[in-house]
Design a protein around this ligand. Sequence first.
Ligand code: NAD
Length: 395
Amino acid sequence: MGIKAGIVLEASPGERRVAMVPSALSVLNKTGAEVWLEAGAGARAGFPDSEYTAKGVRLAGREEVFAAADVVLQVRSPGANPETGAGDLALMRRGQAVIGFGEPLTALDAARSLAERGVSFLSMELMPRITRAQSMDALSSMATIAGYKAVLIAADSLPRMFPMLMTAAGTVAPARVLVIGAGVAGLQAIATARRLGAVVSGYDIRAAVKEQVESLGARFVVLDVEAPGAAGSAEDKGGYAKAMGEDFYRRQREAMGGVLAEQNVVIATAAVPGRKAPVLITREMVERMAPGSVVVDIAAERGGNCALTRPGETVEHQGVSILGPLNLPSTVPYHASQMYAKNIATFLKYLIGKEGLLVLDREDEIVRETLVTHAGEVVQAKVRELMGLAAPQTT
Ligand code: NAD
Protein backbone atom coordinates (compact mmCIF):
# COMPACT_ATOMS: atom_id res chain seq x y z
CA MET A 1 0.00 0.00 0.00
CA GLY A 2 1.44 3.34 -1.03
CA ILE A 3 0.62 6.88 0.00
CA LYS A 4 -2.54 8.74 -0.84
CA ALA A 5 -1.88 11.82 -2.98
CA GLY A 6 -4.67 14.40 -3.16
CA ILE A 7 -5.32 16.97 -5.87
CA VAL A 8 -7.86 19.73 -5.34
CA LEU A 9 -9.38 22.38 -7.54
CA GLU A 10 -7.19 25.48 -7.36
CA ALA A 11 -9.22 27.94 -5.31
CA SER A 12 -7.19 31.07 -6.09
CA PRO A 13 -9.33 33.46 -8.20
CA GLY A 14 -8.57 33.16 -11.92
CA GLU A 15 -6.23 30.20 -11.50
CA ARG A 16 -6.86 27.67 -14.28
CA ARG A 17 -3.99 25.27 -13.77
CA VAL A 18 -4.21 21.93 -12.00
CA ALA A 19 -1.34 20.23 -10.16
CA MET A 20 -1.69 16.83 -11.80
CA VAL A 21 -2.68 15.77 -15.30
CA PRO A 22 -3.56 12.25 -16.43
CA SER A 23 -0.38 11.73 -18.48
CA ALA A 24 1.90 12.50 -15.51
CA LEU A 25 0.28 9.84 -13.33
CA SER A 26 2.51 7.23 -14.95
CA VAL A 27 5.46 8.79 -13.11
CA LEU A 28 3.90 7.61 -9.84
CA ASN A 29 2.91 4.14 -11.10
CA LYS A 30 5.57 2.06 -9.42
CA THR A 31 5.35 3.87 -6.08
CA GLY A 32 1.96 2.32 -5.31
CA ALA A 33 0.50 5.78 -4.66
CA GLU A 34 -3.25 6.08 -4.71
CA VAL A 35 -4.46 9.34 -6.25
CA TRP A 36 -7.57 11.21 -5.09
CA LEU A 37 -8.93 14.10 -7.11
CA GLU A 38 -11.54 16.69 -6.31
CA ALA A 39 -14.15 16.27 -9.02
CA GLY A 40 -13.70 18.90 -11.74
CA ALA A 41 -10.19 19.92 -10.63
CA GLY A 42 -8.70 19.56 -14.12
CA ALA A 43 -11.62 20.86 -16.15
CA ARG A 44 -10.43 24.47 -16.49
CA ALA A 45 -7.10 23.25 -17.83
CA GLY A 46 -8.74 20.93 -20.37
CA PHE A 47 -8.56 17.65 -18.43
CA PRO A 48 -12.00 16.12 -17.73
CA ASP A 49 -12.58 13.80 -14.76
CA SER A 50 -13.04 10.84 -17.10
CA GLU A 51 -9.40 11.02 -18.22
CA TYR A 52 -8.26 10.72 -14.61
CA THR A 53 -10.66 7.95 -13.63
CA ALA A 54 -9.54 5.98 -16.69
CA LYS A 55 -6.12 5.94 -15.04
CA GLY A 56 -7.44 4.70 -11.71
CA VAL A 57 -7.85 8.06 -9.95
CA ARG A 58 -10.54 8.21 -7.29
CA LEU A 59 -12.94 11.20 -7.40
CA ALA A 60 -14.09 12.84 -4.17
CA GLY A 61 -15.27 16.10 -2.66
CA ARG A 62 -12.79 18.80 -1.68
CA GLU A 63 -12.93 18.20 2.07
CA GLU A 64 -12.70 14.47 1.55
CA VAL A 65 -9.54 14.83 -0.55
CA PHE A 66 -7.87 17.03 2.08
CA ALA A 67 -8.89 14.56 4.82
CA ALA A 68 -7.67 11.46 2.98
CA ALA A 69 -4.42 12.70 1.47
CA ASP A 70 -1.02 11.98 2.99
CA VAL A 71 0.31 14.47 0.47
CA VAL A 72 -1.67 17.31 -1.10
CA LEU A 73 -0.38 18.48 -4.48
CA GLN A 74 -1.26 22.06 -5.36
CA VAL A 75 -0.26 24.80 -7.75
CA ARG A 76 -0.97 27.60 -5.27
CA SER A 77 -0.52 26.65 -1.64
CA PRO A 78 -1.45 29.21 1.04
CA GLY A 79 1.54 31.59 0.64
CA ALA A 80 0.86 31.89 -3.10
CA ASN A 81 -2.88 32.22 -2.60
CA PRO A 82 -3.57 35.23 -0.38
CA GLU A 83 -7.27 35.30 -1.33
CA THR A 84 -8.43 31.81 -0.40
CA GLY A 85 -5.36 30.06 1.02
CA ALA A 86 -6.70 30.37 4.57
CA GLY A 87 -9.66 28.20 3.55
CA ASP A 88 -7.27 25.49 2.34
CA LEU A 89 -5.17 25.80 5.48
CA ALA A 90 -8.23 25.08 7.61
CA LEU A 91 -8.69 21.78 5.76
CA MET A 92 -5.05 20.68 6.18
CA ARG A 93 -4.10 18.45 9.07
CA ARG A 94 -1.17 17.71 11.33
CA GLY A 95 1.40 15.41 9.75
CA GLN A 96 0.12 16.02 6.24
CA ALA A 97 2.58 16.99 3.53
CA VAL A 98 1.70 19.72 1.06
CA ILE A 99 3.67 20.47 -2.10
CA GLY A 100 3.10 23.60 -4.18
CA PHE A 101 4.15 27.17 -4.86
CA GLY A 102 4.04 29.12 -1.60
CA GLU A 103 6.24 32.22 -2.02
CA PRO A 104 8.17 31.24 1.11
CA LEU A 105 10.70 34.08 0.89
CA THR A 106 8.01 36.76 1.01
CA ALA A 107 4.84 35.20 2.46
CA LEU A 108 6.35 34.64 5.90
CA ASP A 109 3.00 34.70 7.71
CA ALA A 110 1.75 31.84 5.57
CA ALA A 111 4.85 29.82 6.45
CA ARG A 112 4.18 30.47 10.15
CA SER A 113 0.56 29.34 9.76
CA LEU A 114 1.58 26.15 7.93
CA ALA A 115 4.01 25.39 10.75
CA GLU A 116 1.35 26.00 13.40
CA ARG A 117 -0.97 23.69 11.53
CA GLY A 118 1.68 20.94 11.74
CA VAL A 119 1.93 20.61 7.97
CA SER A 120 5.15 19.64 6.18
CA PHE A 121 5.18 22.17 3.38
CA LEU A 122 7.55 21.71 0.45
CA SER A 123 7.94 24.76 -1.77
CA MET A 124 8.39 24.32 -5.52
CA GLU A 125 10.07 27.76 -5.69
CA LEU A 126 12.95 26.57 -3.55
CA MET A 127 13.91 23.63 -5.76
CA PRO A 128 17.69 23.85 -6.01
CA ARG A 129 19.02 24.51 -9.48
CA ILE A 130 21.18 21.43 -9.67
CA THR A 131 21.27 18.96 -12.52
CA ARG A 132 19.49 16.13 -10.72
CA ALA A 133 16.59 18.44 -9.81
CA GLN A 134 16.11 19.82 -13.31
CA SER A 135 13.05 17.67 -14.02
CA MET A 136 11.44 19.04 -10.84
CA ASP A 137 12.14 22.70 -11.60
CA ALA A 138 8.66 24.20 -11.91
CA LEU A 139 9.91 27.80 -11.87
CA SER A 140 11.70 27.14 -15.15
CA SER A 141 8.65 25.42 -16.64
CA MET A 142 6.37 28.30 -15.75
CA ALA A 143 8.91 30.92 -16.86
CA THR A 144 9.10 29.22 -20.25
CA ILE A 145 5.36 29.72 -20.68
CA ALA A 146 5.42 33.30 -19.39
CA GLY A 147 8.19 34.27 -21.83
CA TYR A 148 6.33 32.76 -24.77
CA LYS A 149 3.00 34.34 -23.88
CA ALA A 150 4.52 37.77 -23.18
CA VAL A 151 5.64 37.99 -26.80
CA LEU A 152 2.21 37.00 -28.12
CA ILE A 153 0.62 39.71 -25.97
CA ALA A 154 3.15 42.24 -27.24
CA ALA A 155 2.51 41.24 -30.86
CA ASP A 156 -1.21 41.55 -30.29
CA SER A 157 -0.91 45.04 -28.77
CA LEU A 158 1.61 46.42 -31.26
CA PRO A 159 0.19 48.50 -34.13
CA ARG A 160 2.82 46.89 -36.36
CA MET A 161 3.64 43.40 -37.58
CA PHE A 162 6.64 41.48 -36.30
CA PRO A 163 8.13 40.05 -39.54
CA MET A 164 9.71 41.87 -42.43
CA LEU A 165 7.46 41.54 -45.46
CA MET A 166 8.24 42.47 -49.04
CA THR A 167 4.93 42.86 -50.82
CA ALA A 168 3.53 44.57 -53.90
CA ALA A 169 2.29 47.22 -51.49
CA GLY A 170 5.80 47.92 -50.35
CA THR A 171 8.19 46.70 -47.72
CA VAL A 172 7.20 46.27 -44.10
CA ALA A 173 10.10 46.75 -41.70
CA PRO A 174 10.46 44.11 -38.97
CA ALA A 175 9.63 45.00 -35.38
CA ARG A 176 12.54 45.68 -33.07
CA VAL A 177 12.25 43.79 -29.80
CA LEU A 178 14.43 44.10 -26.71
CA VAL A 179 14.24 41.46 -24.01
CA ILE A 180 15.61 42.62 -20.66
CA GLY A 181 16.64 39.69 -18.47
CA ALA A 182 17.73 36.63 -20.43
CA GLY A 183 16.87 33.96 -17.89
CA VAL A 184 14.45 31.17 -18.65
CA ALA A 185 11.51 33.46 -19.50
CA GLY A 186 13.69 35.92 -21.39
CA LEU A 187 15.33 33.28 -23.56
CA GLN A 188 11.94 31.86 -24.46
CA ALA A 189 10.73 35.38 -25.27
CA ILE A 190 13.74 35.87 -27.53
CA ALA A 191 13.10 32.57 -29.30
CA THR A 192 9.40 33.34 -29.75
CA ALA A 193 10.00 36.87 -31.06
CA ARG A 194 12.58 35.48 -33.50
CA ARG A 195 10.09 32.87 -34.74
CA LEU A 196 7.68 35.72 -35.45
CA GLY A 197 10.37 37.42 -37.50
CA ALA A 198 11.35 40.35 -35.27
CA VAL A 199 14.83 41.80 -34.98
CA VAL A 200 15.65 40.87 -31.39
CA SER A 201 18.18 42.05 -28.82
CA GLY A 202 18.69 40.64 -25.35
CA TYR A 203 20.26 42.09 -22.25
CA ASP A 204 21.14 40.60 -18.89
CA ILE A 205 23.22 41.58 -15.93
CA ARG A 206 24.80 38.11 -16.02
CA ALA A 207 27.37 38.23 -18.81
CA ALA A 208 27.31 34.42 -18.91
CA VAL A 209 24.12 34.46 -20.99
CA LYS A 210 25.67 36.28 -23.97
CA GLU A 211 26.25 33.06 -25.91
CA GLN A 212 22.74 31.78 -25.19
CA VAL A 213 21.23 35.02 -26.48
CA GLU A 214 23.37 34.92 -29.60
CA SER A 215 22.64 31.26 -30.27
CA LEU A 216 18.97 32.21 -30.60
CA GLY A 217 19.83 34.70 -33.32
CA ALA A 218 19.55 37.80 -31.17
CA ARG A 219 22.09 40.53 -30.49
CA PHE A 220 23.48 40.74 -26.95
CA VAL A 221 23.38 44.29 -25.68
CA VAL A 222 26.45 45.32 -23.73
CA LEU A 223 26.02 48.31 -21.45
CA ASP A 224 29.06 50.00 -20.04
CA VAL A 225 28.01 49.36 -16.45
CA GLU A 226 29.26 45.90 -15.68
CA ALA A 227 29.01 44.72 -12.14
CA PRO A 228 31.96 45.70 -9.96
CA GLY A 229 34.51 43.02 -9.17
CA ALA A 230 35.39 39.82 -10.96
CA ALA A 231 33.60 38.54 -14.04
CA GLY A 232 30.41 36.70 -13.14
CA SER A 233 30.01 38.64 -9.92
CA ALA A 234 26.42 39.52 -10.83
CA GLU A 235 25.52 35.84 -10.45
CA ASP A 236 25.06 33.87 -7.24
CA LYS A 237 26.01 30.22 -6.87
CA GLY A 238 22.50 29.09 -7.81
CA GLY A 239 22.81 30.82 -11.21
CA TYR A 240 20.43 33.61 -10.18
CA ALA A 241 21.13 37.33 -10.41
CA LYS A 242 22.36 38.94 -7.20
CA ALA A 243 20.77 42.12 -5.89
CA MET A 244 22.97 45.09 -6.86
CA GLY A 245 23.30 48.49 -5.20
CA GLU A 246 21.13 51.47 -6.16
CA ASP A 247 24.19 53.13 -7.71
CA PHE A 248 24.56 50.22 -10.13
CA TYR A 249 20.87 50.32 -11.07
CA ARG A 250 21.10 54.09 -11.68
CA ARG A 251 24.07 53.70 -14.04
CA GLN A 252 22.30 50.80 -15.72
CA ARG A 253 19.18 52.91 -16.34
CA GLU A 254 21.22 55.75 -17.81
CA ALA A 255 22.97 53.43 -20.26
CA MET A 256 19.78 51.66 -21.21
CA GLY A 257 17.83 54.79 -22.16
CA GLY A 258 19.36 55.03 -25.63
CA VAL A 259 18.88 51.35 -26.41
CA LEU A 260 15.25 51.50 -25.37
CA ALA A 261 14.44 54.51 -27.55
CA GLU A 262 15.12 52.40 -30.66
CA GLN A 263 12.70 49.60 -29.79
CA ASN A 264 9.12 48.90 -30.78
CA VAL A 265 8.71 46.29 -28.08
CA VAL A 266 10.39 45.77 -24.74
CA ILE A 267 9.80 42.56 -22.81
CA ALA A 268 11.02 42.99 -19.22
CA THR A 269 11.73 39.83 -17.21
CA ALA A 270 14.49 40.89 -14.81
CA ALA A 271 13.99 39.39 -11.37
CA VAL A 272 16.01 38.77 -8.23
CA PRO A 273 14.61 35.85 -6.19
CA GLY A 274 12.76 36.81 -3.03
CA ARG A 275 13.06 40.55 -3.69
CA LYS A 276 11.20 43.29 -5.42
CA ALA A 277 12.16 43.46 -9.11
CA PRO A 278 14.72 46.19 -9.92
CA VAL A 279 13.27 49.26 -11.67
CA LEU A 280 15.22 49.43 -14.92
CA ILE A 281 12.84 51.47 -17.08
CA THR A 282 12.00 54.95 -15.80
CA ARG A 283 9.24 57.30 -16.88
CA GLU A 284 11.80 59.38 -18.83
CA MET A 285 12.96 56.29 -20.71
CA VAL A 286 9.37 55.48 -21.69
CA GLU A 287 8.94 59.07 -22.86
CA ARG A 288 11.88 58.64 -25.24
CA MET A 289 10.17 55.66 -26.91
CA ALA A 290 8.12 56.21 -30.09
CA PRO A 291 4.33 56.38 -29.74
CA GLY A 292 2.81 52.96 -30.44
CA SER A 293 5.64 51.13 -28.70
CA VAL A 294 4.76 48.40 -26.23
CA VAL A 295 6.35 47.37 -22.96
CA VAL A 296 5.31 43.99 -21.54
CA ASP A 297 6.54 43.81 -17.97
CA ILE A 298 6.34 40.25 -16.74
CA ALA A 299 8.19 41.25 -13.59
CA ALA A 300 4.85 42.95 -12.68
CA GLU A 301 4.18 40.28 -10.06
CA ARG A 302 7.27 41.48 -8.21
CA GLY A 303 6.42 45.17 -8.63
CA GLY A 304 7.70 45.48 -12.19
CA ASN A 305 10.86 46.52 -14.04
CA CYS A 306 9.16 49.66 -15.34
CA ALA A 307 8.34 52.53 -13.01
CA LEU A 308 4.96 53.03 -14.74
CA THR A 309 3.83 49.41 -14.52
CA ARG A 310 0.61 48.72 -12.69
CA PRO A 311 0.37 44.99 -11.96
CA GLY A 312 -2.57 43.44 -13.78
CA GLU A 313 -3.30 46.58 -15.82
CA THR A 314 -2.37 48.31 -19.06
CA VAL A 315 -1.10 51.87 -18.72
CA GLU A 316 -0.95 54.27 -21.68
CA HIS A 317 1.77 56.89 -21.34
CA GLN A 318 2.38 59.34 -24.18
CA GLY A 319 1.32 56.74 -26.73
CA VAL A 320 3.37 53.91 -25.21
CA SER A 321 1.45 50.95 -23.76
CA ILE A 322 2.85 49.39 -20.60
CA LEU A 323 1.32 46.03 -19.84
CA GLY A 324 1.77 44.34 -16.46
CA PRO A 325 0.22 40.90 -16.96
CA LEU A 326 -0.14 38.62 -13.96
CA ASN A 327 -0.04 34.84 -13.85
CA LEU A 328 0.70 34.26 -17.52
CA PRO A 329 1.16 30.49 -17.06
CA SER A 330 -2.52 30.24 -16.08
CA THR A 331 -3.48 31.70 -19.48
CA VAL A 332 -1.95 28.61 -21.12
CA PRO A 333 -3.43 26.17 -18.59
CA TYR A 334 -3.18 22.96 -20.60
CA HIS A 335 0.55 22.99 -21.18
CA ALA A 336 1.31 24.83 -17.95
CA SER A 337 -0.46 22.05 -16.03
CA GLN A 338 1.21 19.36 -18.10
CA MET A 339 4.68 20.73 -17.34
CA TYR A 340 3.94 21.48 -13.69
CA ALA A 341 2.42 18.03 -13.17
CA LYS A 342 5.53 16.38 -14.57
CA ASN A 343 7.70 18.46 -12.23
CA ILE A 344 5.63 17.79 -9.12
CA ALA A 345 5.10 14.09 -9.88
CA THR A 346 8.85 13.62 -10.34
CA PHE A 347 9.43 15.43 -7.04
CA LEU A 348 6.84 13.31 -5.21
CA LYS A 349 8.32 10.13 -6.63
CA TYR A 350 11.73 11.28 -5.42
CA LEU A 351 10.32 11.68 -1.91
CA ILE A 352 8.73 8.23 -1.78
CA GLY A 353 10.99 5.59 -0.26
CA LYS A 354 11.24 1.87 -1.01
CA GLU A 355 8.36 1.05 1.33
CA GLY A 356 6.09 3.32 -0.68
CA LEU A 357 5.96 5.92 2.09
CA LEU A 358 7.04 9.55 2.16
CA VAL A 359 10.58 10.02 3.48
CA LEU A 360 11.69 13.57 4.29
CA ASP A 361 15.44 13.14 4.70
CA ARG A 362 16.83 16.56 5.58
CA GLU A 363 20.36 15.39 4.89
CA ASP A 364 19.33 15.45 1.23
CA GLU A 365 19.88 18.81 -0.48
CA ILE A 366 16.60 18.75 -2.41
CA VAL A 367 14.56 18.05 0.73
CA ARG A 368 16.56 20.45 2.90
CA GLU A 369 16.15 23.34 0.46
CA THR A 370 12.45 22.83 -0.30
CA LEU A 371 11.09 21.79 3.10
CA VAL A 372 9.77 25.00 4.65
CA THR A 373 7.80 23.70 7.63
CA HIS A 374 7.94 20.41 9.49
CA ALA A 375 6.74 19.05 12.84
CA GLY A 376 5.29 22.39 13.92
CA GLU A 377 8.29 24.52 13.00
CA VAL A 378 9.68 26.61 10.17
CA VAL A 379 12.79 24.61 9.26
CA GLN A 380 14.10 26.12 6.00
CA ALA A 381 17.32 28.02 6.62
CA LYS A 382 16.65 31.05 4.36
CA VAL A 383 13.09 31.43 5.57
CA ARG A 384 14.22 31.22 9.21
CA GLU A 385 16.84 33.84 8.54
CA LEU A 386 14.23 36.16 7.03
CA MET A 387 12.11 35.63 10.14
CA GLY A 388 15.05 36.47 12.38
CA LEU A 389 15.19 32.93 13.78
CA ALA A 390 18.31 30.91 14.57
CA ALA A 391 19.65 28.50 11.94
CA PRO A 392 17.92 25.11 11.84
CA GLN A 393 19.54 22.36 13.91
CA THR A 394 19.72 19.63 11.29
CA THR A 395 21.98 21.31 8.73
P1 NAD B 1 14.91 35.07 -12.70
O1 NAD B 1 13.50 34.84 -13.12
O2 NAD B 1 15.21 35.19 -11.25
O3 NAD B 1 15.49 36.38 -13.45
C1 NAD B 1 15.33 36.57 -14.83
C2 NAD B 1 16.59 37.17 -15.42
O4 NAD B 1 16.71 38.54 -15.04
C3 NAD B 1 17.88 36.49 -14.98
O5 NAD B 1 18.57 36.02 -16.10
C4 NAD B 1 18.63 37.60 -14.25
O6 NAD B 1 20.03 37.50 -14.42
C5 NAD B 1 18.07 38.84 -14.91
N1 NAD B 1 18.30 40.09 -14.15
C6 NAD B 1 18.19 40.32 -12.81
N2 NAD B 1 18.50 41.59 -12.51
C7 NAD B 1 18.81 42.20 -13.69
C8 NAD B 1 19.21 43.51 -14.05
N3 NAD B 1 19.37 44.48 -13.13
N4 NAD B 1 19.45 43.77 -15.35
C9 NAD B 1 19.31 42.81 -16.29
N5 NAD B 1 18.94 41.56 -16.02
C10 NAD B 1 18.70 41.24 -14.75
O7 NAD B 1 15.88 33.92 -13.22
P2 NAD B 1 15.59 32.56 -13.98
O8 NAD B 1 15.24 32.83 -15.37
O9 NAD B 1 14.61 31.74 -13.19
O10 NAD B 1 16.99 31.81 -13.89
C11 NAD B 1 18.21 32.45 -14.02
C12 NAD B 1 19.26 31.45 -14.44
O11 NAD B 1 19.33 30.31 -13.57
C13 NAD B 1 19.02 30.77 -15.78
O12 NAD B 1 19.23 31.54 -16.88
C14 NAD B 1 19.99 29.62 -15.69
O13 NAD B 1 21.30 30.01 -15.99
C15 NAD B 1 19.90 29.23 -14.27
N6 NAD B 1 19.07 28.02 -14.18
C16 NAD B 1 19.71 26.85 -13.88
C17 NAD B 1 18.96 25.67 -13.80
C18 NAD B 1 19.63 24.38 -13.46
O14 NAD B 1 20.82 24.30 -13.43
N7 NAD B 1 18.88 23.35 -13.16
C19 NAD B 1 17.59 25.70 -14.03
C20 NAD B 1 16.99 26.91 -14.36
C21 NAD B 1 17.75 28.06 -14.42
